[in-house]
Design a protein around this ligand. Sequence first.
Ligand code: ADP
Length: 248
Amino acid sequence: MIEIKNLSKFFSTENGDFTAINNINLTIEDGDIYGIIGMSGAGKSTLIRCINLLEKPSEGSILIDGQDITVLEGKNLLTLRRKIGMVFQKFNLLMQRTIRDNVAFPLEVAGVEKKERLQRVDELLELVGLSSKANSYPIQLSGGQQQRVSIARALANHPSLLLCDEPTSALDSLTTNSILRLLKDINRKLGVTIIIITHEIAVVEKICNKVAIIDESRIIEQGYVSDVLLNPEKEITRLLLERGELDE
Ligand code: ADP
């Protein structure tokens, strides 16, 4: 379980402190596919970057199974990061490496020996349906296939949590559906908890069981997708349902 308690992040800017996330409280249960939806600039990426400690929160705590991760440093921080996979909007693959070597990369960094590494990469490529592309380079793959590679890479070290930052925003709607199906399969088969950031309601409707709506750095509404979408309390949630997305 992940418990985010009173989490804030301030950035110092020329015009003084800017509050990118403001006193956020969220509980994510094991096995959830938790959607965080909001407009551009609402604070979604900052929140996700705090969860994997790419940003150090200014205030508050993040408990994973009861342990506050915001105090971790050095080796303990590296161990934690290995247990959190990350999927990005623009895939972030290494263009000079083959698909096999892209997926192997986090295993190399973790010091996994070659035989085990190759075996794990084969398993992962099979999981994402790309065994036949092991020797190809990213440029030879479609956007959807590249995102599959990045999902395989994110799962390499058996994470218990997968953070997805707008994973389908660079994809067309058919490809979006197949990537969302893959994420749902991974959640079911491997029991990986997923947090997915998006500005599109369709993503939440298709795969999330819970959702939080973030607006101007604060969570304004949260709960089971069925409850929040059927009985929206806030104007911004109603707008979201009308428009389908929150990016204007
Ligand atoms: P979203 O992912 O919802 O689009 P972000 O979390 O990227 O929003 O950004 C939230 C706000 O924080 C934005 O106004 C952004 O300009 C600001 N911000 C993000 N990172 C920094 C930073 N390193 N320094 C100053 N301001 C930042």
